[in-house]
Design a protein around this ligand. Structure first.
Ligand SMILES: [Zn+2]
Length: 352
């Protein structure tokens, strides 16, 4: 199913590019700017089972994207500058913000040298539990369990179930099914408990995934010392906020800002909602972020920025650079706004 969906998306991007439609549509759907979402930047790996590859770009591709942006008639700006342009109505030039979620170590080791070299400002949204080494990268724990086993057993609705996953195709299908089944658990606590259990049964060390992949505070401080870098909040425990009671939502966001301030000496003004889809952050979260004083907050709802987003700066859409589609022509189409306009049924002028 995932493969079919990718083929359809790729086909859509290709036809928008080769038909020239993306260029024709741009004046109508291109908006005033774009916030790009990225996660990992690292060398490609040969493994055939990589269900989270969509979250990884190669350093070479990132360098090519930055070159493309530098050649284009577009400004690379910080989140503060984006906020200024949006609130002051300064739309004389289109702009792009670069953002990285989760504070992975490769942001420092692989992305930073490229961005520093290009003088490109960027933001890193840090869930404070990750550098505090309390982070549960449960989607990677699930990947590890499926990768190293030929069968996986799980209690689902009180029943012992066993799933075969000896072939790559079975592993991919099982990952997809279990990932979305877990995301659909009614509470964050239940989802976390299931993955913790699974990891313990199959000897996957969840804590070591965090230490291995995420920056510590020292490394984050190295980035934060560079004026090109904005450190943003991304909650403490990286939960689907919409599933938490209101008090916990407020605490997750407020505490994370306080912890970043204590660690780095400055309170963050920008926030990214974990997962960021409609099921993870909605009107209640947008209002809380505003009340807590954040200048901007970003979702992962796909779209470019329009003037009207100035009215809802804590509910901004972004465009994800997906590791499955590392072609510059796709980036051109995405920046034009035509792909997301199409996916949103040309309704994106009214901000989500
Ligand atoms: Zn995240």
């Amino acid at each position: 199913m995932a493969g079919l969906k990718q083929t359809i998306i790729r086909g859509g991007l290709e036809s928008l590019y080769f038909s020239g439609a993306h260029a024709a549509l741009r004046p109508f759907v291109g908006g005033v700017g774009v916030i790009l979402t990225m996660h990992h930047v690292r060398e490609p790996r040969p493994d055939r089972f990589q269900p989270n590859r969509l979250l990884e770009l190669t350093p070479r591709f990132l360098a090519r994207v930055i070159k493309l942006l530098r050649r284009s008639d577009i400004d690379l700006v910080s989140l503060d500058e984006m906020h200024r342009r949006m609130t002051e109505g300064d739309f004389s030039r289109r702009f792009v913000c670069l953002t990285f979620d989760d504070g992975y170590r490769d942001t420092l080791t692989h992305a930073y040298p490229i961005l520093k070299d290009a003088g490109a400002p960027f933001a890193v949204y840090v869930p404070t539990g990750f550098p505090d080494r309390l982070g549960e990268l449960w989607w990677l724990a699930l990947e590890a369990v499926i990768a190293k086993n030929e069968r996986v057993g799980l209690v689902i609705e009180g029943q012992n179930r066993t799933f075969d996953c000896s072939t790559i195709a079975e592993k991919r299908a099982l990952y997809d099914d279990l990932y979305w089944w877990l995301r659909a658990r009614p509470t964050e606590a239940e989802m976390r408990a299931i993955v913790r259990n699974l990891a313990a049964c199959y000897h996957v060390d969840v804590a070591s995934l965090c230490a291995q992949l995420c920056m510590d505070w020292q490394e984050i401080a190295t980035l934060a010392a560079d004026p090109l870098v904005t450190i943003g909040a991304h909650t403490v425990n990286h939960p689907m906020l919409a599933k938490l009671p209101e008090g916990m939502v407020r605490a997750e966001i407020d505490m994370s800002a306080a912890v970043i301030e204590a660690a780095l000496g400055a309170r963050p003004h920008h926030l990214s909602y974990p997962y960021g889809d409609a099921g993870s952050a909605g009107g209640r979260e947008f209002a809380i972020a505003r009340e807590l004083g954040f200048k901007t907050a970003v979702t992962t709802r796909p779209g470019v920025l329009f003037r009207s987003h100035a009215e809802q700066m804590t509910a901004l859409p972004r465009i994800s650079l997906n590791g499955e589609y590392q072609q510059l022509r796709y980036v051109r189409v995405l920046l034009s706004g035509s792909a997301t306009a199409m996916w949103n049924g040309f309704r994106s002028q009214q901000a989500a």
